[in-house]
Ligand binder design. Sequence first.
Ligand SMILES: O=c1[nH]cc([C@@H]2O[C@H](COP(=O)(O)OP(=O)(O)OP(=O)(O)O)[C@@H](O)[C@H]2O)c(=O)[nH]1
Length: 595
Amino acid sequence: MVLYPVIGKLVHKRVVLASASPRRREILNQAGLRFEVVPSRFKEKLDKSSFPTPYAYAIETAKQKALEVAHRMHSKDSRTADLVIGADTIVTIAGLILEKPVDKQDAYRMLSRLSGKEHSVFTGVTIVHCSRAGRQLQTEVLEFYEETRVTFSELSEEMLWAYIHSGEPMDKAGGYGIQALGGMLVEHVRGDFLNVVGFPLNHFCKKLSQLYCPPTPDAHQESIPAVGSVEKLRDPETLTGQANAGEGVQQTACNGTVESQPPCPWGLLDLIHGFKGSKVLLTACKLKVFDVLKDGAVLSAADVAAKIDASVHGTEWLLEGCAELGLLLRCAQGYRNTELASVFLASDAEYSLQGFITLCNNHTWDLFTHLETAVREGGDQLRLLSGRQTEDLFKDPVLIGSEEMLLQWMRGAHDLAKLSAQALAKAFDLSRFKSACHLGGCTGTLAYRLAQAYPHLQVTVFDLPKVIELAPSFHPCGWQAAQVSFLAGDIFQDGLPEAELYILSRDPYSWPDDVLQQLLSKVSEICKPGCALLIAGPVLDEERQTTRAQIPMLLRAHSGGRTTQGYERLLRAHGFHDVRVVRTGGLLDAVLATR
Ligand SMILES: O=c1[nH]cc([C@@H]2O[C@H](COP(=O)(O)OP(=O)(O)OP(=O)(O)O)[C@@H](O)[C@H]2O)c(=O)[nH]1
């Protein structure tokens, strides 16, 4: 029996499960899905430390598994799939990611860690939608994850070893199978049980329904829209308006004639509603909702209202909005932060985005509310919206009227830099360099990460005097302080300090071409043969000219970003060679070129 109509809609599609897991096969079989199994050959060895969260790692692994199968099927057998499904399940406890144990000792280590405690199980799922463009394979990727919290009983040594000797732990994430003997170790489960077993069926069906059976506009209207748009992945029939009457495209009018109407523009409706979700998030951050719920606190709406000094009714509405957006979890006792909120939204979290969020709420939001005036009259708002802000943000006293505004901008830049600094520092082996200069290095986030990765590297952060003056408040305590120095100057006007490695990362992709060319000439002049330039910016997909990070380039970039070839051309024109690109999987990719 098929409960979700979407399963039936996939009958004529070639659906492939890119997994060797018998559990995933069984779960999808039971749901009535017709699919082939092609186990992925992707080696699961991504660098966990380069991901900001455990689920980002699980999602990326799931994606690589699915893409490997999609490409293999297309190129080897020319049997292009319509949909390829990949999944990856991990267990996390106290910041550690546990996968399948490599041997019994490893299983013992994992299970004794889980004993008597609550842990999270994340399954990252990727749905790759494949199509052909001539001989080329085109892929569109939809990804999501599900978290389930599982609490283990205290496990005696005897019990632990008896379970390990049963052989069950070996092919299971975290070393246990909740669906079999391992179920005896489990005291409590919060969330989707099948997610622990290896596949979040409920979430998967909902995602498919969004793609292939979007709800009617009326049902949609009052709800806060989903954060991401999946328009491109919807059933092509629905998109082109060729669906039949049963799918609501043709309607019989009162006079009996059949009228046709265009398909519902879901992507458009998401755009129209999108600002609501954004404002809910910005407001909850401003009111410190995620701070009062940090460290696993579970509070009722009334308790939260008292702590944030707001009305109970209004707080209830806000908390419900946050839950809809996946930022809070509802439970019987009230609300608690999701993993996403704990990692990125609590003010004192290592990867907190509070500074960036405050900037968006106080500054960017206002600018966009004046978009119409800016378009009509030109002026500062338009200048900022056109992506030229990085060029003269600090120079323009109108845009940066006060030190507080500059600080806000720096906090935002600092938050974003934290997201990619570690991956950028490790993208290449930079151990041959003794000195580096980060041009426009702002608060020094990348500089400190580089110093940490290369103990013999001296890094100079070169930025405007006002920025350098305020930068100390961002310096991490006790971190490689002797290796990092700050120097005031204007990268466009002043001479650049000498270094073996120059770094450009302050949105080089959003500098207009002429400005970037000017800067590269300057760097090229001072950079000695054998020395190098590292650019941190999103590298666009060669074929589709989109970034994997899905940055809304149009809204922020003047030049629209560059492909690998684009960077190569640009850098060669300025006397650099050996241009190498590493896609970090994060916000910024890394490009290294030698002079
Ligand atoms: O309670 C349970 N927890 C986990 C499992 C099974 O564990 C594995 C997780 O490993 P992974 O996601 O890497 O998937 P693989 O088995 O390697 O298959 P792929 O081909 O997809 O890489 C998974 O099989 C879960 O089902 C369990 O059974 N119970």
